[in-house]
Every structure is written in structure tokens, then in C-alpha cells.
Design a binder for this molecule. Structure first.
Ligand SMILES: Cc1cc2nc3c(=O)[nH]c(=O)nc-3n(C[C@H](O)[C@H](O)[C@H](O)COP(=O)(O)OP(=O)(O)OC[C@H]3O[C@@H](n4cnc5c(N)ncnc54)[C@H](O)[C@@H]3O)c2cc1C
Length: 407
């Protein structure tokens, strides 16, 4: 069942005091924009509401690859991503100046704002984005009512909250964030170039931390349309003086913490502003409510070093927008029993749990210095290194053995 089109006004008519839609998506970051595009393409009337017409230059995910590409392909966004991202296929992984292994597989580097803009452009009518702030949500078993800062209202059968880490709206609905790990990780983002203007000798490179006391998980270097992007992920007290050094004397501090990088970078400089982010790990409580469903970071935050945020939000978008929401709209009502189906979805639960598990694993692998983790860390890199060497001597042999063992 869709909302009654005969008594509604078009979403594009932004002067309209009350906008009626089947689904209101609140928050047009990556999760909300992808969800709105998938639902609108399927013929649902969608109101996507974000307080900003253009996503600002904020540091979030900047590279997309692996399993994320498979889901984007299934959802029909791969062409859009290819048109804005910078492709790369080989990542040289190093530690203490030595090659650990080489990761092979297509990935794309790009600013987050470009990724979000690409997703918004995939809506059949990109002009239907409502630029406004949602200030209140009144939910029920039937129709949901949104109040916007401009005084306008939106009525919809289902509200998708994709408001990221901003918790104010959920708070008004009685939804709370439970912090699992406060200030869990620290991330830095910046762009680099060689001083002589020559290109770097690698396509992409990951350099792992050398000492547990530094708390460096890894520095990832990968191409973006504007140059070579650097993402540094750390597990360390955000008030430690090294954070200030990283902001003020980035080049020298990076080489002090990761001396093995010097031969790979040569004489380099930072070409733009340093972006810095401190992340809490948190998950919501009290979210099972009639008419409202939370996706992406609005439901659970992620550790940037684990690189699971996008896989999580893509799973949310795919399961909600291709399976549950279309089915829910076919019958009367939008009670808690419908909403609970999404939160119990096997794939969603698995990806949420995997994300938390990986967050804890990366932190322990980086900074735990007891004997158990010391041995585990050594074995982790040794196994990768041996596998790489075998693969170099006998290309394809290990893959063949693994396939044979699985059969
Ligand atoms: C530094 C950093 C690095 C990361 N690196 C990686 C990585 O390498 N790999 C990975 O997989 N993940 C990574 N992540 C995680 C990933 O970026 C996030 O999971 C993802 O961006 C979340 O998208 P979202 O749409 O849920 O939230 P957001 O992108 O934050 O979008 C929320 C939107 O809601 C809007 N909004 C909020 N409140 C309102 C309101 N009341 N009314 C209207 N609009 C509203 C905001 O304007 C915003 O546009 C990283 C995160 C960070 C912080």
C-alpha cells in the first residue's frame, strides 16, 4: 500500500507545508542517500531530508573495495562509483620497512562527499532532496509525522533514521546510545605529494605500526582524484602530545613513528589540511519502535581501522530496502512486529557483530603487549609473509590448495 496519491502534493514542491510520502529518509549521508535511491528506483515515493544540500568536506570512509563493491554492484551503484572514484588494484603492505605481502583486487579512492553526491545523483529525481532539519518525529502504528525546522511537515508510513552519529532526534524518541568503548580510536586524514612532483613508486601502500606503545594500527596510502591520500588509524589516548605533533609537524612525526616508510615516500609533504577524528564505539538501545527504523551509524558506530562501516551500512540498505520495506508497505500498519524483522535479520546481525569483533581485534593486535598478543601478532604477520613468498615462487598454488581443501 502506498500513501494516497490523490490527496498528496509532490515532494519536489518544497513550498508545500505538508509533504506526504511512503517513506521519509532522515539524513542524506551515504546510508540515507543509498537507501533513498534504492527505494525511489523501485517506485516508492521517498522524501530524503538532510540539513545540508551538499555533504561537507568531512573525514569519513575514503576507499571502497572488496565485498563492499559486490553489494554496490547488486544495488546498481557500481557505474556511479566508477565515474567518481580513482581505481587501484595492488596494495603493497609493509612493516618495519619490509614487504609483508601484496593485496590484489579492485578498489576506489575518493572523498566521502563525492561518494555521497554520487549516491544522491542515483535518485530518479535528485531534486527531490529536501534541504531542512528534522526537529521532531511522532511515530505510531500507522502514519509517522516529521516536523522540520522551516515549519514544514512530512507525513510518511515509514521513517528511516540515517542521521549518523547525531543522536538528538533519536533521543527525543527515547532512543539512547550505549557507549561500548569511549574514545576507542583516533584517525587522521591528509593528502601527500613528493616535493619533486614525481609520482610515488607504488599504486597504494599500507604501513603497519612497529611498536605497540605507539598505538599505530596502520597508515593507508591510496590514490584519490586529488592526489595520494593518507589515512592513519591509531589506538592511543587522544590527549597524548603525539596527536598535536601529528597535526602540526605531520611529515616528521609520521616518519618518527613509522621509520620504515622513509624509502617508500622519499621527500614528501602534506598538501592539504589535516583532518582528525576520535571515535567512540556505540550501539543504540530502545530503538524498536513502531514506524521508525535506524540504519548505518545511527544504529551502531564502527572502528575506522576495522573498515567495516560501509559493509555494515550497505547490508542495512540492501536488507531493508530490497526485502523488508517493500513488503511492509504492501499491508496496513507499521507496527513493531514489522520493524523487529529488520533488526533480527541474520545478515544484519552478523555484519553488526563482525564489526564490533573486528574493532576489538584491531585494537588488541595493535596495542596489547602481553605475551599472548605478542605471539599472535608475530604469527599474524609471519603467516602473511610466508603465504606471500610461497605465492611469489608458485603463483596460484596456494589458492589451488585452499580450493581443494574446501571441496
Ligand atoms: C575518520 C573515519 C574514517 C572511516 N573510515 C572508514 C573506512 O575506511 N572503511 C569503512 O568501511 N568505514 C569507515 N568509516 C565509517 C563510515 O564512514 C561510516 O560508517 C559512514 O560514513 C556512515 O554513514 P551514515 O550515512 O550512517 O552517516 P553520515 O554520513 O554521518 O550521515 C548522516 C547525515 O544525517 C544528516 N542529519 C543528521 N541529523 C539530521 C536531522 N535532524 N535532520 C536532517 N539531517 C540530519 C547529516 O547532515 C548527515 O548528512 C570511517 C569513519 C570515520 C569517522
Amino acid at each position: 500500500m502506498t500513501a494516497d496519491r490523490t490527496v498528496t502534493e509532490t515532494i519536489a514542491a518544497t513550498e508545500t507545508a505538508t509533504i506526504v510520502a511512503d517513506i521519509a529518509v532522515v539524513g542524506g549521508g551515504l546510508a540515507g542517500s543509498l537507501a533513498a535511491a534504492v527505494l525511489a528506483r523501485a517506485g516508492h515515493r521517498v522524501a530524503l531530508i538532510d540539513k545540508r544540500a551538499i555533504y561537507p568536506d568531512e573525514f569519513r570512509v575514503e576507499k571502497i573495495g572488496g565485498h563492499q563493491l559486490e553489494i554496490l554492484r547488486r544495488l546498481g551503484f557500481i557505474g556511479g562509483l566508477e565515474s567518481v572514484g580513482c581505481p587501484y588494484d595492488r596494495v603493497l603492505n609493509i612493516r618495519e620497512g619490509k614487504v609483508v605481502d601484496v593485496s590484489v583486487g579492485r578498489a576506489y579512492g575518493l572523498p566521502y562527499a563525492d561518494l555521497v553526491a554520487m549516491a544522491r545523483r542515483q535518485m530518479p529525481d535528485p531534486c527531490s532532496l529536501i534541504v531542512d532539519e528534522v526537529t521532531a518525529v511522532r511515530s505510531s502504528d500507522d502514519v509517522q509525522h516529521l516536523e522540520l525546522a522551516s515549519g514544514r511537515r512530512v507525513n510518511a508510513r515509514l521513517v528511516v533514521l540515517a542521521t549518523g552519529m547525531a543522536g538528538a532526534l533519536g533521543y527525543k524518541l527515547g532512543i539512547r546510545r550505549r557507549v561500548l568503548a569511549e574514545r576507542h580510536s583516533v584517525s587522521f586524514g591528509f593528502t601527500i605529494a613528493r616535493r619533486d612532483g614525481a609520482p610515488f613508486d607504488f599504486e597504494a601502500l599500507t604501513c603497519y605500526g612497529e611498536r605497540t606503545a605507539d598505538g599505530i594500527d596502520y597508515l593507508s596510502l591510496f590514490p584519490v582524484p586529488g592526489g595520494m591520500r593518507a589515512n592513519l588509524f591509531m589506538f592511543r589516548d587522544p590527549t597524548d602530545p603525539v596527536m598535536r605533533d601529528l597535526r602540526r609537524e605531520t611529515e616528521a612525526t609520521v616518519l618518527r613513528l613509522l621509520p620504515g616508510l622513509q624509502p617508500y615516500l622519499g621527500d614528501f609533504r602534506v598538501t592539504d589540511r589535516i583532518q582528525n577524528w576520535v571515535m567512540d564505539l556505540s550501539v543504540v538501545e530502545g530503538h524498536l519502535q513502531a514506524g521508525v527504523v535506524l540504519i548505518g551509524d545511527a544504529f551502531q558506530t564502527n572502528c575506522p581501522a576495522a573498515g567495516t562501516g560501509v559493509a555494515r551500512l550497505l547490508t542495512d540498505v540492501e536488507r531493508l530496502c530490497t526485502e523488508y520495506a517493500p513488503r511492509w508497505l504492501m499491508t496496513e500498519g507499521m507496527g513493531r512486529e514489522k520493524i523487529s524483522e529488520f533488526y533480527a535479520d541474520r545478515d544484519k546481525v552478523a555484519s553488526d557483530q563482525h564489526s564490533l569483533k573486528m574493532a576489538r581485534f584491531r585494537q588488541a593486535l595493535t596495542s596489547r603487549d602481553d605475551i599472548r598478543w605478542d605471539v599472535r601478532r608475530r604469527l599474524h604477520f609471519l603467516r602473511r609473509s610466508i603465504t606471500h613468498r610461497v605465492d611469489q615462487m608458485r603463483p596460484g598454488w596456494l589458492a589451488h590448495v585452499r580450493t581443494a581443501l574446501r571441496a
